[in-house]
Design a protein around this ligand. Structure first.
Ligand code: HEC
Ligand code: HEC
Ligand code: HEC
Ligand code: HEC
Ligand code: HEC
Ligand code: HEC
Ligand code: HEC
Length: 313
């Protein structure tokens, strides 16, 4: 009797563990061991979900079906129409961007509604929803795999201060993409060549990355009056770090390829500097040579003189 009660007691203690484990275990038994990528309706998908990494992510406490709303029973039973209506609607908007499960991609909106709206209304979201293309950025393009998202301050997060520039650069470093959308192709190069980019690489914590000037979820075209880099909005944007920034000061930063005049002026300056250095070095060498020659010549003369003296004497 006592034995039976203690077994029951142990079971009750473990119940919450089982309850959570069951939420993902049904799916994870297969997906944790499945390795490799498959072609799914013409798109390459990765079937593996690493259980350990998933559990330590920000969403580790959620059931797989919290996002994969269509999957209610195992394994993969046809849809039973229990998808939240708002998620269903959004999933159609972002279907072009999805690889296997647009519902999961739209389900982020349930818990991050504000971020979702900002992204959909941004230049990136409009590219997908309004223009019907799939080049713009959606959640996973910046945050990485949906299963391993960590806090944005985490050292591995692709959106942390030290990684976000590369994350934007994955698309904005592509010349073809810039050409396709008539965007300045020079943005990455000009950032790295700027005072800000150089300081950032050196680890200066206050040097701005792309998101300090452009924002991140609600990114707008530079020609949109609500963009933080549109016209006089720049005074406020730069003013966050440069007290007293004015119209003249904010014109100092641009991604534009420098025009021919500053370009040649810069090249000219480099040539001038090199010539001055070369001339100085040559001058010093010649002087050293002439000193040396003088010394040797005088020595020889002196020796000859001494010898002559001896001879004559
Ligand atoms: C019995 C093994 C098994 C179980 C259990 C299982 N899956 Fe799968 N899953 C697969 C296989 C095999 C594929 C490969 C593509 C296919 O046949 O649909 C797949 C593909 C997928 C895909 C991508 C393709 C698609 O259909 O959208 C998703 C998303 C997915 N599974 C989620 C889940 C979720 C969520 C659960 C738990 C509710 C789950 N799976 C449980 C075996 C399984
Ligand atoms: C926070 C939401 C979320 C949770 C929780 C979640 N997923 Fe996903 N999952 C996604 C999204 C978003 C995608 C990408 C959908 C797309 O592009 O079509 C995805 C894709 C997949 C795929 C296809 C792989 C691919 O490359 O697109 C599989 C398989 C999968 N999930 C299985 C699981 C399993 C198993 C669990 C539970 C351990 C789980 N997911 C939990 C959001 C989630
Ligand atoms: C069921 C609700 C839910 C869903 C669905 C969900 N999230 Fe989350 N998400 C959360 C919660 C709660 C946290 C905060 C966890 C914490 O603070 O520890 C979080 C944290 C995050 C963070 C980290 C925020 C930070 O502090 O830096 C990101 C990024 C994120 N989620 C993106 C997504 C994306 C992308 C999707 C869709 C694929 C998604 N979430 C789906 C509930 C959800
Ligand atoms: C263009 C890149 C980009 C896209 C697209 C994007 N994010 Fe983010 N997200 C970021 C960056 C960068 C941060 C961190 C900013 C910081 O704290 O420095 C962030 C932070 C977050 C946070 C933490 C709270 C906050 O606002 O700082 C959440 C939650 C989040 N994102 C969810 C989402 C969801 C959901 C989507 C899709 C609807 C999404 N993100 C799309 C770049 C992006
Ligand atoms: C110090 C502020 C600042 C930083 C940092 C910054 N930008 Fe910009 N960006 C601007 C301004 C101002 C413009 C408006 C057009 C111009 O003057 O070049 C702009 C314009 C753009 C444009 C549109 C270019 C066009 O003319 O078509 C893109 C794309 C862009 N930035 C991407 C980025 C990316 C990616 C990063 C990070 C590598 C970044 N920016 C970093 C200030 C900044
Ligand atoms: C998945 C690829 C992708 C990623 C990642 C991405 N972008 Fe973009 N971005 C685009 C595309 C495509 C456009 C052009 C959209 C259009 O015009 O329809 C664009 C447009 C822009 C513009 C507007 C350019 C203009 O017309 O003035 C800015 C600014 C910008 N992105 C900044 C960023 C920043 C900052 C990040 C990182 C936080 C980022 N992007 C990440 C693909 C991406
Ligand atoms: C997130 C903070 C931040 C933002 C936003 C920012 N800067 Fe800076 N900026 C810095 C830092 C840090 C330095 C380096 C200061 C130093 O080490 O002397 C710097 C240096 C500069 C310099 C060269 C040195 C100087 O002080 O004259 C110029 C010019 C400049 N920024 C212009 C701009 C312009 C224009 C904008 C807006 C388009 C802008 N910055 C936005 C932080 C910022």
């Amino acid at each position: 009797m006592v034995k039976r009660i203690s077994i029951l007691f142990c079971f009750l203690l473990l119940l919450p563990v089982f309850a959570h484990a069951e939420d993902i275990s049904g799916c994870i038994v297969c997906h944790n061991v499945m390795a490799g990528k498959i072609d799914f309706n013409g798109k390459v998908i990765d079937l593996n979900v690493d259980a350990k990494r998933f559990e330590t992510s920000v969403h580790g406490a959620f059931a797989c079906t919290e996002c994969h709303e269509r999957f209610h029973e195992n394994p993969h039973v046809p849809p039973d129409s229990q998808v939240t209506p708002e998620v269903e609607r959004l999933s159609e908007e972002v279907a072009l961007k999805a690889k296997a499960d647009p519902v999961a991609l739209a389900a982020c909106s349930k818990c991050h509604n504000e971020e979702y709206r900002d992204v959909i209304d941004s230049v990136h979201g409009k590219n997908i929803v309004e223009e019907g293309k799939s080049d713009g950025a959606l959640c996973l393009d910046c945050h990485g795999s949906a299963h391993y998202i960590t806090k944005s301050t985490d050292k591995d997060s692709p959106v942390n201060k030290w990684k976000v520039v590369d994350t934007c650069g994955r698309c904005h470093g592509k010349e073809e993409l810039a050409k396709k959308y008539g965007i300045e192709a020079n943005v990455m190069k000009s950032y790295f060549e700027s005072f800000h980019g150089k300081k950032h690489i050196l680890g200066h914590k206050r040097a701005p990355t792309c998101v300090n000037c452009h924002g991140y979820h609600a990114i707008k075209s530079k020609d949109d009056p609500t963009s933080p880099v549109f016209g006089t909005n720049k005074i406020k944007t730069c003013g966050k770090c440069h007290k007293g920034a004015n119209k003249k000061f904010v014109a100092a930063i641009t991604h534009k390829e420098p025009g021919p005049i500053p370009h040649y002026a810069e090249k000219g300056l480099i040539i001038l500097t090199i010539s001055v250095i070369a001339f100085t070095v040559l001058h010093v060498l010649l002087e050293a040579y002439s000193d040396l020659r003088d010394v040797l010549f005088r020595r020889r003369k002196e020796v000859e003189h001494e010898e002559g003296k001896e001879y004559s004497g």
